[in-house]
Design a protein around this ligand. Sequence first.
Ligand SMILES: *Cc1c(COP(=O)(O)O)cnc(C)c1O
Length: 375
Amino acid sequence: MTAQASGFDCGPAHAPGLLTIDLDAIAENYRILCTRAAHGRCAGVVKANGYGLGLEPVIKALWSAGCRTFFTAHLDEAIAARSHLPEAEIGVLNGLITGDEDIYRGHNLLPTLNDLGQLHRWADYCRGAGQPLPASLHIDTGMARLGLPQKELEQLYADLSPLEAMDLRYIMSHMACADMPEEPMNQDQRDRFAEALKKLPKATAMLANSSATFLGKDWHFDMLRPGVALFGGAPNEDGPNPMKQVVRLQTKILQIQEIDAPQTVGYGAAFKATGPRRIATLAVGYADGFLRSLSCRGTAYYGDQALPLVGRVSMDLTAVDVTDAPTAQVGEMVDLIGPNHDINALAREAGTIPYEILTSLGQRYKRHYVGGLQP
Ligand SMILES: *Cc1c(COP(=O)(O)O)cnc(C)c1O
């Protein structure tokens, strides 16, 4: 199947930046995670437009790999996902906002019940509808972010009857430190979750995000719930990364200048030449999500040749030193994310996490989807 046949390509016609998204790599990552899962079951988290890579192509690639359960953050994301996957199970992580009940029911979506108020409201709604409608229960085991806090959980134990009114499919919690395997909180959250499950009705239990998947099977429970690993994110800083790279980002050289001391490059004259250098200006900047924190720190690649970023990242432009790539020419492409430099490497240079790299990817690149959609 040719790459163009994916039908998902989008973006400006004359863009100097090319973002290539490998849908087969996403499918392969899903299969890798399923193979690792204690019970072979794995959902896909696709919030924020499929971690910035495009909701529709991402969920279709996951579906083709066998994924049947998806989670978004917002209701609108779930409605969009439903329009592409009529048969999938789709949950909304951010909780049941008052007045949205009919929308959940209309689109056959699972609210995540994050507090007792939401839980009672969904139970009442189900009773009114005369139907046990599906939902997930989220309990807080230490994040203090979303989910029933311990106090509300105790109240729920005292009266579990609201849960009987609904079709409780999942009981979930979320890990705070799973990317730090030595952190004692990992065991603590796991134990709290296991304790809670003993007192709650039977439902599919899920705790593990991407990183927790690699802590070990004790964290897997019935089903995994990864996001970033599907898209090539490393489970933690230090260990090996078993995930396939999904993204390649290339941009054009717009101009090359020969400079010499005491010339400087870019805003703030932040790079000062100490000798003759060849400086290439690239058509990418912080308006494209190429983070300004990469100023003077990032690396681009011309083939296998590393090119240090010099000076500050501008809104639409970034300079790299191509002295060691003497054949590099105007109009050629360099890799910002590529075979030699993955999203994890770029994130380290930017002082951030691969999640932010992915979800910041700009809208000015030509987006080219390869693989996927095997008939
Ligand atoms: C984002 C999210 C996930 C997925 O996390 P990753 O670290 O990307 O694997 C799972 N569960 C919840 C509740 C989330 O918010």
